[in-house]
Design a protein around this ligand. Structure first.
Ligand code: SF4
Ligand code: SF4
Length: 117
């Protein structure tokens, strides 16, 4: 199973981290990797266009800074699917992901997306 998080949409709400029974996700502090260049925030198999680039991607950064941080001052993290190979496809994270930004691809190539709303 391949699991990754669209970092351009992740709000840092931690719902995936809380519900996953196999600890597929870890929360990483933005402050430790502000533009994603250290490989902490983008440590899963997230495609390049969905990776966190911090202030280098101003449209994403401004939205995150304005919308997410003003509403959720304590959300200063991004979720990273560090253990996607352990996924049992229970789909709990897909239901709970408020950013609708988790993708899972099973061994047959079927793709599953977040369905929060
Ligand atoms: S679908 Fe996979 S990654 Fe998501 S909560 Fe279930 S086991 Fe964890
Ligand atoms: S549930 Fe979704 S939005 Fe919330 S931290 Fe996990 S990946 Fe990010």
């Amino acid at each position: 199973m391949k699991v990754y998080v669209d970092k351009t949409k992740c709000t840092g709400c931690e719902h995936c981290f809380d519900v996953c029974p196999v600890a597929a996700f870890e929360m990483k502090n933005i402050a430790d990797d502000p533009d994603g260049s250290k490989g902490l925030i983008n440590a899963d198999e997230t495609p390049l266009e969905q990776q966190w680039k911090g202030k280098e991607d101003q449209s994403v950064y401004a939205k995150w800074n304005n919308d997410v941080q003003k509403c959720h001052d304590h959300y200063k993290k991004k979720s990273v699917a560090v253990n996607g190979s352990a996924c049992i496809l229970c789909q709990a994270c897909l239901i709970e992901c408020e950013g609708e930004c988790i993708t899972i691809i099973d061994d047959q190539g079927t793709t599953y997306h977040s369905i929060y709303k």
